[in-house]
Design a protein around this ligand. Structure first.
Ligand SMILES: O=C(CO)[C@H](O)[C@H](O)COP(=O)(O)O
Length: 244
């Protein structure tokens, strides 16, 4: 008789949900929460709404990091406010595009980096939720974009300067375009996104971060140093939690 062994293979989406639900276990009543943006964070927002409706969480104020998250939070019944009213948050939960071993992040492939960095930077604790595909040895290492939000005014000028700045890393800078209509992607703040594609390591991240921010046309970039306090990674072998 043949014995059959079943292997449980979870989809990336299922892993995102597992990480998000784990993070929501850290949420307490009577707190101000930063609500992230993206396909991972939206599971956390949905779960917080569910727990509020069930009365298992009470007196939560959410600070959304995008218009999209604002809409979702309203639809699941999370009371909302903003940083003007709550300049210090208790906890923020959000996804990331890349996470290095020191819990530095790349954010913003969803285009919401400026608000995310404002809200999550104002939070006492910032829990990052990812599936294991987001782990990299060094930022930029996934070969995917490192986003920079720029003002639309003379964006080509800014793009060229960004590309020159990281020529040593084989940088190719591209304006983010909406594939459906060929128009530039516009952020919630009315800005454009320039995506940096790097062939090699960018070098010292703090130096890179400061240099990008010194360019007058730049609003913000997606490199997040020393922001995450906890990382929750969901993988095939289970969930791991790392604190900084
Ligand atoms: O920074 C972000 C949006 O600006 C997202 O958090 C990041 O892109 C991760 O997204 P997802 O959870 O969909 O993989």
């Amino acid at each position: 008789m043949e014995s059959s062994q079943s292997t449980l293979i979870l989809t990336q989406d299922e892993l995102k949900k597992i990480a998000a639900y784990k993070a929501v276990e850290f949420v307490e009543s009577d707190t101000v929460l930063g609500l992230g943006t993206g396909s991972t964070a939206c599971y956390a927002v949905a779960r917080i709404g569910e727990l509020l409706q069930q009365g298992k969480l009470k007196n939560i104020v959410g600070i959304p990091t995008s218009k999209k998250t604002h809409e979702q939070a309203v639809s699941v019944g999370i009371p909302l406010s903003d940083l003007d009213n709550y300049p210090v948050l208790d906890l923020a939960i959000d996804g990331a595009d890349e996470v290095d071993p020191d819990l530095n992040l790349v954010k913003g492939r969803g285009g919401c980096l400026l608000r995310e960095k404002m809200v999550e930077g104002a939070s006492k604790k910032f829990v990052v939720i990812v599936d294991e595909t987001k782990l990299v040895k060094h930022l930029g290492g996934s070969g995917l974009a490192m986003p920079v939000e720029v003002v639309p005014f003379c964006w080509k000028y800014t793009l060229e300067r960004l590309q020159k700045m990281f020529v040593h890393a084989g940088c190719v800078a591209k304006l983010r375009i909406i594939s459906e209509n060929g128009e530039p992607f516009v952020t919630d703040n009315g800005n454009y996104i320039i995506d940096l594609y790097l062939e090699k390591e960018i070098g010292d991240l703090r130096v890179a971060s400061d240099e990008i921010l010194r360019l007058a046309g730049v609003a913000e970039h997606g490199i997040c140093l020393d922001m995450a306090t906890t990382l929750i990674v969901a993988g095939e072998l289970g969930v791991t939690i790392k604190n900084k």
